[in-house]
Design a binder for this molecule. Structure first.
Ligand code: UDP
Ligand code: MN
Length: 359
């Protein structure tokens, strides 16, 4: 323990926003449903570890630690729990996402505290990259760095160290300060709390392997006509557009309840990083006349209209949203075309406080 890659375990990273949970009984109930169902169906192989990341404030963290003790009791797999301070992350995020906040946040100003709703957008810059510092430790130059990157992608960092002729690293390893649990953090799934798992969460990670070249994020389509509404003006000016139309032909936008973030691909994608720049955000927002208030999912939806190849479309069953608010607010006639989701449901999403079926 404490040595780099000491166990050689393969880590599966999942992150949840977990703030103000101490203040909301309803959020605590959702968290219970999510974690108990995740534990019930969770099944991992020997040598695999599920790392649960929570973005949290001190009071939520304290409560979360207590609740997790109970919820994880029956886990048959190895796990680790990591809390990240929401204030620290917000501080890192704000300069990157400030410019997009005015297009995708509630209200008009770019409120500092709202930056956290855009964490997924810049996760590849916020979470520590796998350390390039091994180059220095054995003096074999860039080869070493490339090899470590390969090891990470293979999930065999211990084996890789031996291949390089490094039996062990000097202790304490002087050049890498982050927890070794953050090693090889190249893929992470971000999950809402209002979910109910009906299958092994390990299967969700297999979807990463199905990304086509160029894709950086796996995400399910939005199941309400919310973006038909948001793109109302653009659709009026472009009557033949698919933007905001229902599936399978249309582009209904995305829902952020379940997201696969390929941090390695996000770091490498010149296109994706271009789109993060304030000037490009402004350009697209003007082009599409876009004003929303749903944070990261608005940003992904908007850039997805222009560059669908950045997104791997997760099957609807991976994020079966249950909210029907827009059915009763002017979109009853088209609602079912968006809401329909055929095939197996792997994860229910009780968004807008919708009840989740027991079966
Ligand atoms: N969340 C949180 N604290 C809050 C509200 C939300 O940590 O006070 C997180 C939580 O992970 C939640 C996510 O933000 O699942 C998105 O909110 P929610 O699921 O309520 O939105 P919806 O899916 O209904 O649009
Ligand atoms: Mn939700």
């Amino acid at each position: 323990k404490g040595e780099i890659g000491g166990s050689g375990d393969q880590h599966y990273h999942a992150l949840m926003m977990f703030t103000k949970v101490d203040k909301s009984r309803s959020l605590q109930d959702k968290f219970r449903v999510a974690m108990l169902s995740m534990v019930k169906h969770g099944d991992f192989m020997e040598g695999e570890v599920l790392v649960l990341h929570f973005v949290s404030d001190p009071a939520s963290k304290e409560l979360g630690e207590k609740m997790l003790q109970e919820f994880l009791l029956d886990a048959t797999f190895k796990y680790e729990v990591l809390f990240h301070d929401v204030v620290d992350l917000t501080h890192k995020l704000f300069p990157i996402v400030e410019a997009m906040q005015k297009y995708f946040s509630a209200g008009s100003g770019a409120y500092y505290s709202d930056a956290i709703f855009f964490l997924s957008v810049a996760m590849h810059q916020i979470m520590p990259e796998m350390p390039p510092v091994l180059v220095l430790t054995d003096g074999s130059g860039p080869l070493c760095w490339a090899s470590l990157q390969w090891m990470c992608s293979m999930g065999h960092h211990q084996k890789g160290l031996n291949m390089l002729g490094l039996e062990s690293l000097p202790q304490p390893w002087p050049l890498f300060s982050t927890s070794d649990r953050m090693m090889c953090l190249t893929r992470i799934v971000q999950l809402d709390l209002d979910l109910k798992y009906r299958t092994n969460i390990r299967d969700l990670f297999k979807e990463f392997d199905r990304f086509p070249p160029g894709a950086v994020i796996g995400i399910t389509r939005e199941m309400q006509p919310v973006y038909r509404h948001t793109f109302w003006q653009y659709r009026k000016e472009n009557p033949r557009t698919r933007v905001g139309d229902p599936p399978p032909e249309g582009l209904p936008g995305f829902n952020s309840g379940v997201m696969l973030l390929d941090l390695g691909a996000m770091r490498e994608s010149a296109l994706y990083n271009q789109l993060l720049k304030p000037s490009n955000v402004a350009k697209l927002a003007d082009q599409y006349r876009f004003r929303g208030h749903l944070g990261d999912q608005d940003f992904f939806t908007m850039i997805g209209m222009e560059h669908p190849e950045l997104f791997y479309p997760l099957a609807c069953g991976w994020n079966r949203q249950l909210c029907t608010w827009w059915r009763d607010h002017g979109y009853g006639d088209v609602f079912q075309m968006y809401y329909r989701c055929e095939g197996l449901v792997y994860i229910y999403h009780g968004n807008c406080n919708s009840p989740i079926p027991d079966y």
